[in-house]
Ligand binder design. Structure first.
Ligand code: GDP
Length: 315
């Protein structure tokens, strides 16, 4: 049985994927833990190459690993590039998880995603819903790769007694997000669209789909805080959902975003674009049972993310 809670202080902690939105938030959050944070510049380590990952891990000798590296994207990128999403994610996770085991990493946290659950799972979605039904087709490749990661983590626990765990974050947003309209998720896309519509004096803003799908949004700093809690206090084969427990219709999100940006034109719905899964609200009972709660509400998080966009990406 693994010692609980797992101590992070004075340990060597590897954040794989430190340039991504979640990885950056983890590096910020871990600064308060008194641990040594290890990161690998992309030029030095290609996580899709097994030999490179094995060499790097053997030299760096981390004691704890956050697997926050992944090929991620919104509904369009996922739907149009299934090879990239399946293959790169399988490579990254199998390389990291296996080499972590080989070098004796004491604790590893793998990040899955709420899209691994069945498309029509009962809401809110409990962790037990995994593999009980068919997946949403627009992100099936990504989901299959992430399910394989969760199963690999469970397999290392069972076969080798490794203290490896998985977390399933809901839709995340915040500083460091991708604001490219072709590949981003909905929240940064809407922020950017509202910003540009306001800047150009356009009368309207186009939202993809019907506006009726519902999504749950968690600020990435809250997510990083929850991941640190799980790293310390969770040791079980069951993955843990990471969310805020509330969702919102995309149409309402568009209105909130327009308000945060100060765009007062019309919001139009482009029904030629896919809606994706109708709803994916996570049951966060397991995480909240550990005493964890989110701190950043959606309106405050939207405004803060908009400020970050203006300072870092708007040009
Ligand atoms: P999903 O949660 O995997 O479906 O990923 P997204 O965040 O890309 O999309 C969530 C929902 O927002 C879907 O119903 C999209 O059709 C809708 N949506 C509305 N406008 C946009 C947009 O400009 N970009 C994206 N990516 N999604 C949008």
């Amino acid at each position: 049985m693994a010692a609980m809670p797992f101590r992070l202080a004075r340990r060597r902690v590897f954040v794989a994927g430190h340039r991504g939105m979640v990885g950056q938030a983890l590096v910020r959050r871990l600064a308060r833990e008194g641990c040594e944070v290890l990161t690998a510049p992309r030029g030095e380590l290609d996580l899709t190459r097994q030999a490179e990952v094995e060499d790097w891990m053997a030299k760096a000798r981390p004691e704890a690993v956050f697997v926050a590296a992944a090929r991620v994207g919104g509904i369009l990128a996922n739907d149009s590039r299934p090879v990239d999403f399946l293959l790169e994610n399988l490579n990254i996770e199998t390389n990291l998880i296996d080499s972590a085991h080989r070098v004796g990493v004491a604790k590893l946290l793998f990040l899955g995603s709420s899209c691994i659950y069945p498309r029509l799972a009962d809401q809110p979605i409990r962790e037990e819903a995994l593999l009980t039904g068919s997946l949403e087709p627009t992100n099936e490749a990504y989901a299959i790769a992430k399910i394989a990661g969760v199963k690999l983590v469970q397999a290392y626990r069972r076969q080798h007694g490794a203290d490896f765990i998985s977390a399933m974050p809901t839709n995340l947003y915040g500083p460091g997000d991708n604001f490219d309209l072709e590949t981003s998720h909905v929240l940064p896309a809407l922020l950017r669209k509202a910003h540009e519509a306001k800047a150009t004096g356009a009368g309207s803003l186009a939202v993809w789909g019907s506006g009726t799908p519902r999504r749950e949004f968690l600020h990435v700093d809250d997510c990083a805080d929850a991941l640190v809690t799980l790293m310390k206090d969770w040791s079980d084969p069951m993955p843990v959902n990471v969310g805020c427990g509330e969702d919102i219709a995309i149409g309402d999100l568009a209105r909130l975003t327009a308000a945060a940006v100060g765009f007062s034109g019309e919001i139009l719905f482009d029904r030629s674009r896919p809606d994706g899964t109708p709803r994916k609200l996570l049951d966060v009972g397991r995480l909240f049972g550990l005493g964890w709660r989110p701190r950043i509400g959606l309106e405050a998080g939207l405004s803060a993310t908009y400020r970050w966009f203006q300072e870092n990406r708007a040009t």
